[in-house]
Design a protein around this ligand. Structure first.
Ligand SMILES: Cc1cc2nc3c(=O)[nH]c(=O)nc-3n(C[C@H](O)[C@H](O)[C@H](O)COP(=O)(O)OP(=O)(O)OC[C@H]3O[C@@H](n4cnc5c(N)ncnc54)[C@H](O)[C@@H]3O)c2cc1C
Length: 416
């Protein structure tokens, strides 16, 4: 009998956790991982901390080379999968084709710069890879760089902003929406967070966008030039650099149209199986059960990617052995959670901020903290917490933890 092959496309947290689960469940066949990234993956979560000087380069790698070696995976690093042929069960790359019996797609997502105008001779900063973090770090450390514009107002943009603030740069944030964190924060919480940013010296330009950027030669400026930005509201200002984070997009470009069922990402069942019986998906590319809506959606956080990768790995072992996958292996589902820190400011959220006729908001606010609760009947379905007092941090984290547990606890009673 020929040896079976499991192929993993993308070796980030979902991919690595799948390999750990495959070996943990006794799979002894070949695992090949083809990844655009390095063989020993870094954590995207930590890239901004590296750029901001809070973490060393080495600390950005959750696994050691020895730990990855133990998994006995053939890793084809710095190699992009160009296409998947689900009928031939084959992955096409510039380094050749890779046949598989089962394939896990775990290619994550990249921040997008959509909407940023093309600028001749200038490439904005983005934040995803260690190379991006290295570039941001170099810019932020250079004494000639004084003013940075951050375009975008969600997690990656705020993490970039934090790195720049920590490096002592003068930062302006421009966001299309009237408030920061529009995907995760109610206006009342966003406003308190924005006040905190302003108190920190961050200039906010909300409800507008970058209309155009002109590169102006200036021997005194960073790298011999300044960037003249015209905003959609007519303001004109000069900056030394610009960082762009206009949302995230799942990396699915290598999947031919119609080959797999895709909504916003790959639709998966409770065992992370896609519409093709031999292809699984996990992490930022998977649209799996979200517990509050009861629908399948992308909840792009590290922990979900890890749990989903492990879930896929275990299911693959059973399917390769033609055994029924135990129900207990099913993905339990997730809720959205976020924690963002900028200097003294802390934002924590979990659950949903989507308001319906059946939902109401209760806000409790004092000098240290604002907590907005979102209730459906008596059930807590979401919360926002903003703390702008460093000494109350411990209480804020505990409160956030307890409220998250309350949301999860409430779900048990809410679903049949
Ligand atoms: C700057 C930043 C900060 C973040 N902060 C947080 C946070 O604080 N908390 C949190 O929970 N989450 C955070 N996230 C999200 C979290 O990092 C992701 O949810 C998680 O890394 C997803 O894991 P993954 O395995 O699905 O994808 P990834 O970790 O992105 O790994 C995917 C891998 O696939 C590779 N790849 C892509 N396309 C191809 C291809 N065609 N062929 C081969 N390989 C390919 C990629 O290069 C990458 O190596 C952050 C993300 C970013 C970018």
């Amino acid at each position: 009998m020929t040896e079976q092959t499991v192929a993993i496309v993308g070796f980030g947290t979902a991919g690595v956790n799948a390999a750990i689960a495959l070996r943990g469940a006794g799979y002894e066949g070949r695992i090949v991982a083809i990844t655009r990234g390095p063989a020993v993956p870094y954590s995207p979560i930590l890239t901004s901390y590296y750029a901001g000087g809070q973490k060393s380069f080495e600390e950005c790698f959750p696994w050691t080379a020895e730990e990855i070696d133990c998994l006995n995976v053939d890793i084809i690093e710095h190699c992009e999968v160009d296409s998947i042929d689900v009928n031939a069960r084959c992955l096409r790359t510039s380094r050749g084709d890779f046949a598989y019996d089962k394939c896990l797609i775990a290619t994550g997502s990249d921040p997008v710069t959509r909407g940023f105008p093309q600028v001749e001779g200038f490439e904005p900063l983005t934040l995803r890879s260690m190379e991006d973090a290295e570039r941001l770090k170099r810019v932020a450390e250079d004494p000639a760089c004084k003013r940075v514009l951050v375009s975008g107002a969600s997690m990656v943009a705020l993490k970039t902003l934090e790195a720049c603030v920590l490096r002592g740069l003068e930062v302006t944030l421009v966001g299309m929406m009237p408030h920061v964190l529009d995907m995760n924060a109610l206006p009342v919480a966003a406003e308190r967070f924005e006040r905190g940013l302003s108190n920190m010296g961050v200039a906010l330009k909300l409800g507008t966008t970058i209309a155009s950027v002109e590169v102006i030669s200036d021997a005194e400026g960073f790298e011999g030039r300044r960037l003249e930005v015209t905003f959609a509201n007519g303001d004109v200002e000069r900056f030394d650099h610009i960082s762009v984070a206009h949302g995230m997009r799942s990396n699915l470009g290598f999947i031919p149209q119609g080959a797999l069922e895709i909504d916003r990402a790959l639709l998966v069942d409770p065992y992370m199986r896609t519409s093709d019986p031999h292809v699984y998906a996990a992490g930022d590319v998977a649209q799996a059960l979200e517990l509050i809506s009861g629908e399948r959606s992308i909840v792009g956080i590290w922990k979900n990617a890890a749990v989903q990768g492990a879930c896929a790995g275990r299911a693959i072992v059973y399917e390769l052995a033609s055994r029924e996958i135990p129900e207990s292996f099913a993905y339990v589902g997730s809720i959205s959670t976020n924690t963002i820190v900028v200097g003294d400011l802390l934002f924590i959220s979990a659950g949903t901020i989507k308001l319906t006729d059946a939902r109401r908001v209760e806000v409790r606010e004092d000098d240290d903290m604002l907590v907005a609760h979102i209730y459906e009947g008596s059930r807590l379905v979401g919360f926002n917490l903003v703390c702008d007092n460093t000494s109350a941090r411990g209480v804020a984290y505990d409160t956030g933890g307890m409220l998250t547990i309350r949301i999860i606890g409430g779900l048990a009673g809410a679903r049949p």
